[in-house]
Write a protein that binds this ligand. Sequence first.
Ligand code: HEC
Length: 114
Amino acid sequence: MRHTSSLCCVVLFLIVPFKVLAEVDAATGLVNAPGFEFVKSQCTICHSGSLIVSQRLEEKDWIRMIRWMQEEQGLWSLGDLEEPILRYLTKHYGVSVNLNRRRKPLNKNIFSTE
Ligand code: HEC
C-alpha cells in the first residue's frame, strides 16, 4: 500500500508541471481555456497578449477598456464574441486572480533583539 501511494506522488509530480505548461499558450502568453480562441483572434492583432496578461480588472472595467479601444484605438464591434471574451477576461484576468501571491507577513516577534 505504501508503495502505491508514493508511486502516485511521483506520478503527480511528473504530471502537474506539464498541466500548468499546457494551460498557457506559448505564442500569446494567454491562458488556454474556453474563450481563448476568440481573445486570440480579436485581441492580439494590434498588440501582444502580454498587455492583457498584465491586467487585473473587474468586468465593468474590462467593458470600459474595450469601449476605450473601440472609441479611441480603432477596435471594431465584437458582436456575439463580446460576451465570451468578457467571460474569459473576467475569469482569467479578473481582480480575484492574483498571480503575484505574497506570503503572509512574518511574525513580528522573530525580529525582536531582546
Ligand atoms: C484595433 C487595435 C486594437 C485591438 C484589436 C485591441 N486593442 Fe487593446 N489596445 C490598443 C491600443 C492602441 C492600446 C494602447 C497600447 C499602448 O498603450 O501602447 C491598447 C491597450 C490595451 C491594454 C492595456 C491598457 C493599459 O492601460 O495598460 C489592454 C489590457 C488591452 N488593450 C486589451 C485588449 C483586449 C482585451 C482586446 C480584445 C477585446 C484588445 N485589446 C484589442 C488597440 C487594440
